[in-house]
Design a protein around this ligand. Sequence first.
Ligand code: TXA
Ligand code: MG
Length: 334
Amino acid sequence: MPRKPTARVLKGTPRNLELLASRLRAGDIVGVPTETVYGLAADALNPNACRKIFEAKGRPVSDPLIVHLHSLRDLANVAVANSAALKLAETFWPGPLTLVLPKLEVVPSIVSAGLPSVAVRVPAHPLFRRLLKLVGRPLAAPSANPFGYISPTTAEHVRSGLGTKIRYILDGGASGIGLESTIVDLRNPAKPRLLRPGAITREQLAETLGCAIAWHPRRSGQIAKPQLAPGSLLRHYSPLTPLVIHTRASVALAARSAPKEAWLFISKPAGKLSKNIYWLDRSGNLRAAARRLFAQLRSLDTKGYSKIHAELAGANETGPAAAINDRLRRAAAK
Ligand code: TXA
Ligand code: MG
């Protein structure tokens, strides 16, 4: 018989925040809201606590965690910054930007998957920020989903995926951004590399740093070299239902497919629409579409469709379209 979820979903009252902070200090793991997606947090300086994250998620230990700080002032306690990193941090923190930098020895090797670098960010979600301040330590947190499944954007998503494995989830409402943070490798500040597109766009990073940001978007069938971008397996964020992506989808194309196949558009298509037609944002606003993407994929995954067809957000890879298309490509990868 499947085990019943036991996790308690807690509102962010002062008392609950105190409770969660003390649990985190004692080495427990807690589901936490962030502005990007929900995370599964542990004391980043406690290797035994961090090990529980990998166990709960079923995540391979070769996939490093992101360390969350309360403020830029804490950066020097975990990583070696450089002027490019400080420029980006001053511009975009608190916010959905993660920087990869050389790590200091205090960061346990389980957090960095044995690498000499660490990924860090200062999150913007007010409840998570209050928790970070109360704990008084950096918190390691990957997305709070079973390894390989779609990242959670609500407390209920966390409960449905990890409710039998964790005891506490802090409810901070639906994540405002809805896609994981942008990750930039700044180990060599002269050659910044985008490891994962997100809400902070490559164009914004280039403008702030005054130089080009290298990026090698992965296409289906292409496998990233794990030593370059650990954890960035192509298959990731996948619904259980097979997903097929289309550069050009249309209602006419959808009408020719089987009725048990769903079609997910970026904006609402014109005309009379059958029940298997879905969209992310009525008017096609890409920020709104990104916010909705993971919840929509989860919802389609429960409706018994044999296949999900998804339209890409424009053919070019600029602005917020890059992040949406990256997640759709990963979800479609075999
Ligand atoms: O928005 C986010 O980034 C969310 C919230 C919770 O902050 N976190 C998140 O973590 O999405 P997740 O599950 O994607 O895992 C962190 C990823 C790894 O899979 C890896 O790609 C990258 O961050 N990463 C972590 N440490 C790294 C390092 N030292 N070098 C390169 N990439 C690293
Ligand atoms: Mg993840």
